[in-house]
Design a protein around this ligand. Structure first.
Ligand SMILES: NC(=O)c1ccc[n+]([C@@H]2O[C@H](COP(=O)([O-])OP(=O)(O)OC[C@H]3O[C@@H](n4cnc5c(N)ncnc54)[C@H](OP(=O)(O)O)[C@@H]3O)[C@@H](O)[C@H]2O)c1
Length: 246
């Protein structure tokens, strides 16, 4: 598949690029700081384009010939730091997708952009109302637009705290909505597992037009007193919600 990746210079984006190349995809990257891309170059399957994700002509130029676009863009935390990277890039990406008849968009926001009493305490009462307030508000703007958008096939992947863990090979727990329920302890997922899940969404219709919360299987394993490796044998089922490991 030929895919465009934006946000590719961030820690998750770099993983998406690396794994997409390993998978055999033909990858284009659109980046404002292409020198930050830390993947083996040159690669015959990688094209890096210097450009601005807020400029329609730049996005259209990069997206031409692609089957899908994946975004790992992220806003900066800060009490008084404005954030429009999700909503502003989405407006441009949607326009470019429609003009070029590209139909698949996979992006990342976070657990609990909408409130839920089961959300982790620190997220709900400390980070979300303070340092991440503006980031989350802009994630919500993009999610609301996507929920109303019928012209493209989209998926919003919603992770909890991100860790720089290597790929586990164990499918994450998944649940449609704001969080994966039923995990009493600390929640996290490795960026490599998040990247793999985003790429897996290209090859299954399971999460088409959905917000999907994901979480490391290790979180449930710890809560159950099991080893994380045991989770491979039970798949990634929480309340019957499954996505096979590909
Ligand atoms: N950190 C966590 O624990 C956590 C938890 C849940 C969800 N998330 C979300 O998961 C996603 C990935 O997180 P991450 O930590 O891997 O990456 P990140 O540091 O949040 O994202 C950085 C990427 O966004 C790009 N970017 C930011 N503002 C931009 C702008 N105005 N124009 C163009 N590009 C811009 C950066 O480009 P440059 O390299 O050019 O700056 C970089 O490629 C983010 O949406 C994040 O909010 C994070």
């Amino acid at each position: 598949m030929r895919i465009l990746i934006v946000g590719a210079t961030g820690p998750t984006g770099q993983e998406v690029v690396r794994q997409a190349l390993d998978y055999g995809h033909n990858v284009k990257v659109l980046a404002r700081n292409p020198d930050k891309l830390n993947v083996p170059q040159p690669s015959p399957n990688l094209e890096v384009i210097h450009g601005d994700v807020f400029k329609l002509e730049d996005v259209k130029g990069a997206l031409t010939g692609c089957d899908a676009i994946l975004s790992a863009l992220g806003g900066k935390p800060g009490l008084f730091t404005a954030c429009d990277v999700y909503s502003k890039s989405y407006d441009v990406i949607l326009k470019a997708m429609k003009e070029l008849s590209v139909n698949r968009f996979i992006t990342v926001t976070s657990w609990g952009t909408q409130d839920d009493p089961e959300l982790p305490y620190l997220w709900r009462w400390v980070f979300k109302p303070s340092l991440l307030r503006n980031v989350v508000a802009d994630m919500v703007v993009m999610e609301d637009k996507l929920l109303k958008e019928e012209g493209i096939n989209w998926t919003v992947v919603k992770p909890p705290r991100l860790m720089d863990h290597p790929l586990t090979g164990v499918a994450p727990l998944t649940m449609e909505g704001q969080l994966v329920r039923g995990i009493p302890g600390k929640t996290h997922i490795g960026r490599a597992d998040l990247a793999k899940f985003m790429l897996d969404c290209l090859t299954t219709p399971q999460w088409d037009r959905k917000l999907v919360a994901i979480c490391s299987a290790a979180c449930a394993a710890v809560a159950d007193g099991k080893d994380a490796g045991d989770m491979a044998s039970v798949g990634n089922s929480v309340d019957g919600d499954k996505m096979g490991d590909k």
